[in-house]
Design a protein around this ligand. Sequence first.
Ligand SMILES: Cc1cc2nc3c(=O)[nH]c(=O)nc-3n(C[C@H](O)[C@H](O)[C@H](O)COP(=O)(O)OP(=O)(O)OC[C@H]3O[C@@H](n4cnc5c(N)ncnc54)[C@H](O)[C@@H]3O)c2cc1C
Length: 415
Amino acid sequence: MATVRTRHIATTVLIIGGGLSGLTLAAVLGEAGVDVTCIDHAPPFNQLQQQYDGRTTAISYSSHQVLQMAGVWEKMRLDCEPILDIRVADGNSPFYLHFASETDGNGAPFGWIIENRLMRRALFENTIRLKKKVRHIAPAEIKKFISDISFAGILLKDGTKITAPLLVGADGRHSATREWLGIPVQKTDYHQAAIVCNVAHTLDHENVAVEHFRAAGPFAILPMTRSKTGEHRSSVVWTEHGIDAGTALKLSPEEFDRRLQELFGSHLGDVRHVSPPMKYPLHLMHAESYIGPRVALMAEAAHAIHPIAGQGLNLSMRDIAVLAELIIDHLKLGLDVGSPTLLKNYEKKRRSDTAVMAAVTNALNRLFSNDLKTVGLVRGFGLGMVEQFPLLKRYFAAQAMGISGVYPYIGRNRR
Ligand SMILES: Cc1cc2nc3c(=O)[nH]c(=O)nc-3n(C[C@H](O)[C@H](O)[C@H](O)COP(=O)(O)OP(=O)(O)OC[C@H]3O[C@@H](n4cnc5c(N)ncnc54)[C@H](O)[C@@H]3O)c2cc1C
C-alpha cells in the first residue's frame, strides 16, 4: 500500500492559482512581510511554453505601479514596449481618433505590451527571490477544500494540508474555489473568438497601438519589443465570429499571412506571423458574489470581460491592490484577515468597479462590432466628438491608463 505523506502548512494567506494574478498578489504580500502560500496544479515549466498562453498583455500605468509593489517590474521592463500613441479607426467611418501620450497622457506611456509567458517567467523568478515569505507549490492537486470557524484550507492529493485565516481564489474562469463556495455567475457568450499571434514586420511601429473596429469585432495591433535578431514586432488580437475564427486557424501559413496583410494594410510594410496563432473564445462572466466564509475571489475567478479595451488583467491588478491593502492594514492592527469586515469591504470596493468596466466593454463591443448603418453613424459621430474635445480625450486616456478614480496606495503599508 502506498504511504501518503502528511504535513500541515499553516500560513497567513493561501492563494489557489499561481497565474499572473495569483503570483502578483503573493509577491505584493510577500514584499510587505506577509507569510503567503500559493499553489497551482500546472507545472511551471508547462506554463512558460508559448502553446500554454500565446497572449500579450497591455499593462496600464496603474498596473505597473502594482507590479512595482510586487518587486517584479524591474525584471519585466526589458521585455515591455511602451505605448506612446493610440489610434482608433472605424471600418465604416472616416473618423479617426488619435491619442498621443505627450498631449493626452502627461508624457507618461499609456501602458506597456509584454508577452504573458515573459511576465509569468519574471513572476516565477520573483517568487524564488521572496522564498522566505512566499511558498510556491506547483504542481499541486487539490483533493478537497476544508474549512472551520477559524480557517479555510485545502487538502492536497499527496496528503499535505494547508490552512489559513484567509483563502484567495485566483484560479481563473473555471474556478474550483468559486464552485466549492457555490457562487453562481452571470454569463454572456459573445459568439466571438480572439485569434492571437505575434507578427514580424518590415517597418517600425513607432510605439503606436492601433485598434481597428470591424463588423466581426476589433482588430488590434500592439507594439512589441524587437526580436533577438532585431526584427520589428507587434502582437495581434484579431476578433472574429466564432466559426470564422476556426476557419482562419485552418488557413495555410501563407494564406494566413495574406489575410493578415489585408487587415494590417501597408503602414508596417510586409507582415508575417512568428508565433503559432491561438484562439480564445470570448464571453462576459461576473460572479454574483466575490466572497464566502474566510474566502475572497479575485481576477478571472470573479470576472472575465471582452478584451476590446485590453483591461481584464488591469482590473485584476486593482483587485490585488485593494485586497493587499486591506490584508496589510488588518495585520498591522492585529486583526483577523479572514474577518467578514475585511471581506465585505473588499467586495464593496471591487464589485462595482468591475461591473462598470464589464458594462463599458460590453457596450463598446455591441456598438462597434456590427455593420448597421444607423449605429455606424452614431459611433462615427461619437469618435468625432471625442477627437474635438480635449477634456473628453483626456478622460478616455486616463481610463486607458487606469489612473482615473481613487487608487489605493499599498506602498505606504510596507513593513
Ligand atoms: C485575447 C485576450 C487578450 C487579452 N488582452 C489583455 C490585455 O491586453 N490587457 C489586460 O489587462 N488583460 C487582457 N486579457 C485578459 C487577461 O489575459 C486575463 O485577465 C488574465 O490572463 C487572467 O489571469 P488570471 O491569473 O486571473 O487567470 P489564469 O491565467 O487563468 O490563472 C489561473 C491559474 O490558476 C490555476 N488553476 C486553475 N484551477 C486550479 C485548481 N483547481 N487548482 C490549482 N490551480 C488551479 C491555473 O493553472 C492558472 O495558473 C486578455 C484576454 C484575452 C482572452
